[in-house]
Structures are given as structure tokens and as C-alpha cells.
Design a protein around this ligand. Structure first.
Ligand code: F6P
Length: 327
């Protein structure tokens, strides 16, 4: 028999558009199934410090369209320590919270994995990160919005690049993954895409620019933050010495990629996964992330989700596609 009566929901790590839609879905599903729902403030920090608020239907009204997270987020140092997790467990017991829904990325699930193994408390995760670097789901909540933000920004950069006959290096987010760069780069018709998974290197980029059409009035290079070339300004210096006639500019898009209204795809994904997380808990699941693969709901153990093993692979076919299209 399932004894869950009260669940806690939190967002942790980097915020992602669609987190609010996910919170709303968890709260509304919890209440639908006659559970009490506590909102936990600032991720695992809030568990450690007992920062809980009661969530009712109204508390999640008019948030589906909002970026960021109404529950706030943090990267908790305390929760990384065994002492911090003991405190966190005591806070949950004291507040009668029987189960957790955690929304975040690989750091969030690493913590959740430890916690659900150490204590007898069911935990289910929702993939909320713009990076799309988790196994067990085709897409993470926030990725679709983030790549559209990049595309909108780079379309504007293309206008000014065309007007001045310039080459732009645009650095996009993705600490360990080139997935934001790959899809947004294809979406903007980039002349080259530099991602950690392909390791083109400076010489590869130079060869690429030399062999490309020379009559183009603008060039856009999308560089993933996680590439090991030392960032956009380093790449700029290396290119300047090889192509002194190029007028080169660097644009680091930064945190605008994390903000803004979630796309409809992200709102729907978050809504579906939020309800499935609560249903998973009620069906006795724990230690798993809920995702969507080929339109089906799938639960994947945290340990597997964070290994990136089936995360969308950047296959040679993707790289060939980029090559064919950018000449
Ligand atoms: O994981 C999401 C992400 O946006 C990464 O792409 C990026 O490297 C990192 O978070 C930035 O984190 P912070 O907001 O702490 O600078």
C-alpha cells in the first residue's frame, strides 16, 4: 500500500524556461490525487533549512507562461555533505514530507541519487536544463526555448554582420555539451559550429573558412561554451592572425539563453512530465527521472540519466549535415 500523503517539490541548479510549468503540473497533479504539496525554496538549500511553503491550486495560477522558477533555485554546498543531507532528512520528517519531486539537471540528480539511496524517501526527477544533456529523454525542459532564443539573437546578429561584411563568433551555453550549439547553429545557417564532441580545433576552423565560399558577405561561427578552444575571444585572436582582412566580432550570448517565456513545446513537455512524476511516485517508483522518448513516458534510474549515455548523440551524420549546409 502506498503511504505517500505529502510531497515536496523543488527546482535546483541552473534555472530553465518551463520549470514553472513543471511546478504547476506537480502541484495540480498532487492535489488531484489528494496529496498535500509543499513548495521547497532555493532547491536543496531549502530542504536543509526547512524553507517550505504550502502550495494550493491558486499558488500556481498564471505561472505556466513565466520563465525562471517561482520556487527559486540554488546550487547547495551543504547538501553535498553527509551532514547536510542528514539535516535535510530531519527537516522532511519534521514537516511530514513523504516524497520529493526534484526538477533540474545532472547536479540535481546526483544529489537526488545519493539522498534516495541514503534515506528511505522516494524521489522522482524531472529533466529541467537548457543543455539537453541527460539520458532518458529526447528533450529536456528548457532546451527548445533556449535554442529558439539563440536563433532569434543570431538572426539579429546576421543582419548587422551582413551590413558590415563581418565575421561573428557567437558563444552559446552548454558547459559539457554542444547540443545547444548544434541545433541553433543549423537553425541560423552557421558557417561553422564548434562543439566539444567534434573537436574541430583552430586549424580545422581555418581550413573550413579557407575552403568555404569567399564571396559571402557575412559569416557566423557558433562556438559551444564547453569547447576547449578557450572561448570566443581566443578563437577571435587566432583567426585575426590568419585572416587579417576579416572584420571579426565576438558575441557571448550568456544568460539570456536561460530566461524568457517557455515555448509551447517546453510548456507541454513540463506539464506532461510533472503529472507523470506524481503518478510515478504513487505507483511506488523512486530514484528515477521521468522523461519522454518517442512520445512515450519513460522512467530512467538517476545513475543512468546523468551518464549522458543515450543523450542525443552528435553522430557523424549530424556533422556531415552541418558540413553540407554551410558551404
Ligand atoms: O547547466 C545550465 C547552464 O546554463 C550551462 O549551460 C552553463 O554552463 C551553466 O549553467 C552556467 O551556470 P551559472 O548560471 O552558475 O553561471
Amino acid at each position: 500500500m502506498n503511504k505517500i500523503k505529502k510531497i515536496g517539490v523543488l527546482t535546483s541548479g541552473g534555472d530553465a524556461p518551463g520549470m514553472n510549468a513543471a511546478i504547476r503540473a506537480v502541484v495540480r497533479a498532487g492535489l488531484y490525487y489528494n496529496l498535500e504539496v509543499a513548495g521547497i525554496l532555493r532547491g536543496y538549500e531549502g530542504v536543509v533549512h526547512g524553507d517550505f511553503i504550502t502550495m494550493d491550486r491558486k499558488s500556481v495560477s498564471n505561472i505556466i507562461q513565466r520563465g525562471g522558477t517561482i520556487l527559486k533555485t540554488a546550487r547547495s554546498d551543504a547538501f553535498r555533505t553527509p551532514e547536510g543531507r542528514i539535516l535535510a532528512h530531519q527537516q522532511l520528517l519534521k514537516n511530514n514530507i513523504d516524497a520529493l519531486v526534484v526538477i533540474g539537471g545532472d547536479g540535481t540528480f546526483t544529489g537526488a541519487n545519493l539522498f534516495s539511496n541514503e534515506f528511505n524517501i522516494p524521489v522522482i526527477g524531472l529533466p529541467g536544463t537548457i543543455d539537453n544533456d541527460l539520458a532518458g529523454t529526447d528533450f529536456t525542459i528548457g532546451y527548445d526555448t533556449a535554442i529558439n532564443t539563440v536563433v532569434n539573437a543570431v538572426d539579429k546578429i546576421r543582419d548587422t554582420a551582413e551590413s558590415h561584411n563581418r565575421l561573428f563568433i557567437v558563444e552559446v551555453m552548454g558547459r559539457d555539451s554542444g547540443l545547444i550549439a548544434l541545433r541553433s547553429g543549423i537553425g541560423v545557417g552557421a558557417e561553422a559550429i564548434l562543439i566539444p564532441e567534434a573537436k574541430m580545433g583552430i586549424q580545422g576552423l581555418i581550413d573550413r573558412l579557407e575552403s568555404g565560399r569567399q564571396d559571402k558577405s557575412s559569416k557566423i561561427i557558433i562556438l559551444a561554451e564547453g569547447d576547449d578552444l578557450g572561448g570566443g575571444f581566443n578563437v577571435c585572436e587566432a583567426l585575426k592572425s590568419k585572416f587579417p582582412s576579416y572584420d571579426i566580432r565576438v558575441s557571448v550570448l550568456g544568460h539570456i539563453q536561460r530566461g524568457g517565456k517557455p515555448s509551447c513545446m517546453d510548456r507541454v513537455l513540463a506539464s506532461r512530465l510533472g503529472v507523470s512524476a506524481v503518478e510515478g511516485l504513487l505507483n511506488g517508483l523512486s530514484g528515477q527521472m521521468v522523461g519522454e522518448i518517442n512520445k512515450e513516458i519513460v522512467y530512467t534510474p538517476f545513475g543512468q540519466a546523468i551518464k549522458h549515455i543515450d543523450a542525443e548523440e552528435i553522430t557523424p551524420a549530424w556533422l556531415k549535415l552541418v558540413h553540407i549546409l554551410s558551404y
